[in-house]
Design a protein around this ligand. Structure first.
Ligand SMILES: C[S@@+](CC[C@H](N)C(=O)[O-])C[C@H]1O[C@@H](n2cnc3c(N)ncnc32)[C@H](O)[C@@H]1O
Length: 234
């Protein structure tokens, strides 16, 4: 059974598989930070996460190419002709993601890098401290781009929020990062869709920046975390 959470001001969460959801109006922007396809659950056990985080839905590596293709096809159909998509990826499955983008009909406008602190310590390889942010558009001659500064570079240094002793879902993005993507690629009143919502970061940023938002999340156990995130200022 599908569940809803109405967050007001044109923002809501649908608890379902995004593949089952059909939007009633075209979206202006899709923001998607999908599962990594790297068996992330094993890490969750190590880091004393809350039970909702332990029910995290990972996508097995064997079906990752199919999953990414389906996410891109769904997003392409969901977007208006001038729509854009921010698609996030780690480096492990980047070749799969880039191949799927090439086959999708989207144009890759930028390949940005998010550089963060606190990568997981490693002994016999470099510590990963970056993430890939792909900016895709349907029409190279018609898309929203609110340039954030005069000299806007494609490497962004943004800290992960860290509060000692506070349990997190382990995969929450910094609001600053999501806000930069959303402000750049949409306008006030626009409809932003996050088909793999997680803890609700996109929804919270949309509420704060005057965008409407539909978040879709397959794991209904995240409802309390989403409510709690929305109840906290910034
Ligand atoms: C990396 S997390 C998103 C984290 C989010 N950006 C945040 O800041 O909290 C990916 C989310 O996608 C969800 N997910 C996985 N498969 C899905 C599907 N088919 N439909 C909807 N959500 C899905 C997972 O349950 C997980 O919460």
């Amino acid at each position: 059974m599908t569940n809803y959470l109405d967050a007001g001001n044109g923002c809501k969460v649908i608890f379902d598989d995004f593949q089952n959801v059909k939007l009633s109006e075209p979206a202006d922007l899709v923001f998607a930070d999908p599962p990594f396809g790297i068996n992330f659950k094993a890490n969750l056990q190590t880091y004393h996460r809350k039970p909702d985080a332990l029910s995290y839905r990972e996508v097995p590596l064997e079906v990752y190419p199919k999953f990414v293709k389906s996410l891109l096809d769904w997003s392409y159909k969901a977007l208006s002709e001038s729509g854009s998509m921010w698609l996030l990826s780690g480096w492990n499955n980047l070749s799969t993601v880039l191949q799927a983008v090439e086959d999708s009909g989207f144009h890759l406008l930028n390949h940005c890098i998010w550089r963060y602190q606190f990568g997981v310590f490693t002994k016999k390889r470099f510590t990963t401290s970056h993430y890939h942010l792909l900016l895709l558009v349907k029409d190279l001659n018609n898309y929203v781009f609110n340039k954030p500064q005069h000299y806007a570079e494609d490497v962004w240094y943004i800290k992960r929020p860290y509060n000692r002793g506070v349990q997190t879902a382990g995969n929450e993005l910094p609001e600053k990062l999501v806000e930069k993507c959303i402000r750049t690629s949409s306008n006030v009143g626009d409809l932003v869709v996050d088909p793999v919502l997680g803890s609700g970061t996109t929804l919270k940023v949309c509420l704060r920046t005057g965008r409407r938002c539909i978040g879709i999340e397959i794991n209904p156990a995240l409802i309390e975390r989403i409510k709690s995130k929305l109840s906290k200022a910034t």
